[in-house]
Structure formats: C-alpha cells, structure tokens
Design a protein around this ligand. Sequence first.
Ligand SMILES: Nc1ncnc2c1ncn2[C@@H]1O[C@H](COP(=O)(O)OP(=O)(O)OP(=O)(O)O)[C@@H](O)[C@H]1O
Length: 716
Amino acid sequence: MTDRPSALTTEIAAEQRHVDEVYARLEEVRSGTSAVEAEGHLRAQLGNEGALYERDVLVHNAARRRAALDRGYDGLVFGRLDLRTGEARHIGRLGVLDAKYEPLVVDWRAPAAAPFYRATSEDPLDVVRRRVIHSSGTRVVGLSDDLLDPSAAPEGMAVVGEGALMATLARARGTAMRDIVATIQREQDEAIRAPAAGTTIIEGGPGTGKTAVALHRVAYLLYSDRNRYAGDGVLVLGPSPTFVRYIDQVLPSLGEEGVVLRSLGTMLTGVEATRRDDAALAAVKGGLRIRRVLTRLVWQPAPTAPQRFRAVYGGEVLILDAAALSAARKAARRRGAVPNGSQGQARTALLDALWNVSRGWAEPPEHWEREEFDAEMRERTEFQEFVAAWWPIVDAEQVLRWAADRSRLARSAGSDLTRDEVAALATSFRADGWSVADIALLDEIKALLGKPPRSAARRRRPEDWEMQEIRLSSDRPERAPAPVDEDEEFSLIVVDEAQDLSPMQWRMLGRRGKYASWTLVGDPAQSAWEDAAEATTAMDAAVGTRLRRRYLLTTNYRNSAEIFELAARVLRRWEPGLDLPTAVRKTGAEPSERVVPSGSLPEATRAAARELLDDVEGTVGVVTTARARDEVAGWLEGLGAGRLQVVDSIEAKGLEYDGVVVVEPAGIIGESSAGHRVLYVSLSRATHRLVVLTTDPEWAEPPSDRPRSSEPLSLF
Ligand SMILES: Nc1ncnc2c1ncn2[C@@H]1O[C@H](COP(=O)(O)OP(=O)(O)OP(=O)(O)O)[C@@H](O)[C@H]1O
C-alpha cells in the first residue's frame, strides 16, 4: 500500500485549480454585467428618448450575457486539449478570458475548439491528449482521457479514466433531454458546424443523435452569426408538444435563449391543436389535393350572406335577387386577387348590378347620373351593412368551419375528393377544436384569404414596450417564447422528424422561411407518411433550390445493442434492403417478448411497468396504439410517481426512456399503412430495457401477401 495519491486524484486536483480560477473570473464578469445593467437603468432616469434607447440596449445585452453566464454555470469547463505545441486549451460552454484577455476557456463553438470533436488517432490534428472533465456543479469529479498521439506525448503525461462517451451513454435518462456538448462525435460535429447557407439535411437511424445535433447546430449558428439569427429569427419545429417539452432545456443549457420551439399543432397564434386524425384522414388533409378544394372554399359566399338586396332610389325600388347577386359575386371575384382584399371590388360589382337593374327597365330614368347614384349608395348605411354581410372579412377558422357543412364542402371539392372523403372531412371539421393536420389547412386558408386593404400595419404598442422591459430587467429572464405570428419570417428553420411532414405542412413552413437557412433532420425508415414523392416535391418548393448538403449519422447512441437488434430485425422483415445504424453499447439485457391472453393484458402491462420501474433508475415509457392509449393509461394509474409516461406510437417519436413496454405491437402496425415503421419507432425508444407484450404470437410477421420492399430509402 502506498499513501501517494493516484494519478487520477492528482489530475483531478490540477483541473480543479483551473476550474476554480475560471469561476472566480466568472464572478468578476458577472458583477461587471450587473454594473452595466445598473448604469442602463440610471440612464433611463434622464428621461429622453435617446437615453431610453441606450438603456434598452445596455440592459438587453447585459441581461443576455448574465443569463448565459447563469445557464452555463454548472459544468462550465468540460474539456481540455493538450497540443503538440505544449499548449493546454480548456473547452467550455462559454468562452472566458482572464483580466489580460488570455483565454481561460474556449467556447465549444469556436474554431479553436473544433479539434476537441474532430481529432482521432488516425488524424490527431496536433492533439496529443483529449480530456473530458466530468463535474458536479463547480466540482470536478472525474476525467476521461484519450491519448491520440502517443509518439508526441511528453514524459509522464497521465492518461486516466474510462471512455467518456460510454460512461455518458450508460447514465440514466431523466424527463428532459440533455446536451451532449462534452461528447459530440466527429461525424456529428461535421453536421453541427456545416455552413449555414442553403439547406442542410441530416439523416440517420434511431438514436444517432439527430435531434441533439440539430439543437447544437442552432447554438453553433447563433454563435457564429448572432446578428443574423438572434431575436426570434430561429424556429425549431418538432413533432409534438411532448417532444418540445422534452427538448426545451437543451438550448438554454448551452446558453441560448430566445429560439422559438414549436410543434406542428402550435404553429398558429391562439390555436393549440393536439388531436390527431386517423392515418387515412390525415393523408387527405395533408395531401396537395386539398389545396384546390380550399382555393374554391375561400371564395364561397359566407353561410350568413343575405340572398336579396332591396333599396329605394329616386322613388324607385331596386332589387337584387339571388341570381343577380351571384352574378355580382362572380364579377367581383374576377376583379379581386384575394377574398379579404376584394371588398372594394364587391362594392363596385353591387353598384354595377344595381345600376344595371334600372337599365333593364322599359323606361330607365334618364335623369339618373351614375356618379351621383354611386356616391349616394356608398354613403347609405343599409348598403354598407349589406356589403359587410354579403362579402364579410373572414378569418381562417370561420372558413374551415364552413367546410363542416357537407354540401358546401362537396361544392368546393369538385372532383378532387371522393364522396367518402368529403363526408369524413365534414365530420371532422364539426369536432371541437382542431386537429394537428388542420393547422396547415388554417394557415393555407389564411394565405388564400389575404389581408383587407390598408390593414393597420402592426405597430408597436406602448404595452409591448413595457413588457419587453420587464422581461429584460427581471433577475432571471423567464422564457416566454414569442408566439409564431403567421406573418413572421425566420432566418433559420430547423425541422426535426422532417420525414413526417405532409405536403401541406411543408407549404406552411415554406411561407415562414422564404429566405431562411434550413436544417432538415429525419429518418426515412421512421416515416409514417406514405406518399414520399409528393412530400418531397412540397419540401423542394418550401426550401427552394439552393445548395443542399447531406450528412449521414451512422451510430445509434440510445439503444443497447440488444434492443436495437430486435427493432432492426423486425423492420428488416418488412423492408430487407434498409441500411440501419449500428448500436455501440452492450448491456447483456436481452429484450423480453411476452405473449399473453388478451384478458391478462392489463395485469401483464402493470406487472411489466412495475418491473421496469424497479430495474431502471430513470424513466419508463409505455407505448401503445392511439386507440388504446387512454385505456392503457388507466391500467397504470398510480404507478411511477413522475417516472412513468404512457404515449401512443406516434407521440413516441423523438422521445426516449430507460425502460419501455410496447403493448400490442400488431395493433401499432395495423393503425396505418406504414405501421411497421411506426412500430420500429416504438421499439427503438429504450436505452436499457425493453418488454414487448402481445396477444398475437405472429406480431412480427408481415402478411404473406404484402410485397416486401428492398428499396433503399432516402430523405428528400
Ligand atoms: N455524442 C453523443 N454523446 C452522448 N450522448 C449522445 C451523443 N449522441 C447522441 N447521444 C444521445 O443519444 C440519444 C439519442 O439522441 P437523439 O434523440 O438526438 O437521436 P435521434 O437520432 O434524434 O433519435 P430518433 O430518430 O430515434 O428520435 C440521446 O440521449 C442523446 O443524448
């Protein structure tokens, strides 16, 4: 036995000294920013407008910097490079300079940090040793070293710890996604640091880090060109509100606030859709055929439009009956570009029609002057009220509710929809609230309706100004994401699970990113959308024809090798030709498949959930069909205390749990025409343990008459 400290202890102590120095410096910087903020408020007391502006700039910048310092505080320094030159370079969530402006820590996004992620033993990029520093709060608790260039290592250079990546992957998962800033892998780093221009497409199988990479890419782009993307210039779109909640702490943990995170159902201000249509109906609502139907629908008369107009002029009675009004409507439509912008044309068409009535008389009144006639009519309240009722300014929700009337919808549908489709759509528009697929329809209708002329441009009201100030000067700014305004344009749009966007949803996004840089992330093998060609065309139209760069991620970091082997085996029965990722982590825990009689399914589900809650430290997910979701949730009532979540197979997209119970896989396959891919999603959610509960022993077998596809897939 020796009392000499181990190499690990000595190295930890050395890193702790550096980390302490960084935190001490950080405190100085923090008090500096508070002083700037205080000065900003002082200037405001001068009271003139210039001083107010200066105050806002000062307070805003200082508050942003301080928020970043707060967020990046824990585990601030996570890496170190020892270079051939003898330089030791520390890498962290933020860059920190000492009082002489020498770097104490380099921001992970700076070019000087790139070798931390890129260096390999084959291509060490002048790095001799790469070190990951594990911390708890401000305390260094462990180190993991890679000696990349042994020939250049100085005498006595210590190499300590286990592989950082494996240690990270083995940890239990919580309810929120974590950043991966300390262990980003080379192929991921290439996608993160891809140039901003044009469209970046990041593909990869389950668990390859696509979501993590997309979020780190946002942080990277904000760092490299903040002026372009700051404010509300960045939109990250995920598949569901559950997913958005799951990822919403990643960017703040990287020191980035103010990015708009949305799901497909919450793209419109004031409308929140969570209901999902069944696959067949969603396909009708998502396909481009419906666009033609909406184009006709918006020009239809409002259901409340009056059918007759009567006025007395110069002692004569003028009447417009239904036929005359219909002709006037057609004339107005010919002249107008968009319905809400055509009330003026409607007015003119009505005046023409009224005048023509008098011309049709056997003895038209000679002394009537057209100009005078028009001027007087326009002034009359009864005429103005008639115009407002006959050609009202409508909003998108009103118009889509019109389509709940089957015969009205059928009139707009022409031959673009079948009778059954019309019936199913009309029924769905009668339901309370909107479905996720409806949001893209509402957005399309809004664009088709256009704006009333001279609509007051959105002016900044004094209250907005006040609100802003409160948010900026609060001690720790609350994350109050700005609602997505339909007119808002983004300069960076990141779409996760992009393989599932319908053509109509692509159109909705395209309207918000005419000049944007796009990052599209997805996996065609997880796609629930059948008509890939139509979605690709719509995506092309949305993102434009600018340069596209593609990145393929090939390693699955989520699933144990045993779990992913099952998921991949099942998918390959349906689509043998697919190229799937490799899972790197073996746990020795094989997934368990249990065939149970249907009467015992509730008890078996409860038992399996209980078993996994005991076995894993982190979260447990129970994944089932949309139809059975609530019932299954009922079976599990009272279990899990916040660690257990029941989701349906579509909701499960993008999520992960330490233990997963998949209930009735055959039902998941049966819920949509690409159901086997949806099941693949469900089977690839678990990090440690997977139990499949089925009443059908043949659940994994495709029907014998189903053609097996061996087509390789690609995302766009
Ligand atoms: N380099 C890495 N270091 C540590 N953990 C990583 C790394 N890359 C990915 N992970 C982890 O792997 C898991 C899967 O990542 P992520 O959810 O981003 O994958 P994905 O490709 O989006 O998956 P899916 O398509 O199945 O939803 C996450 O827990 C993530 O933190």
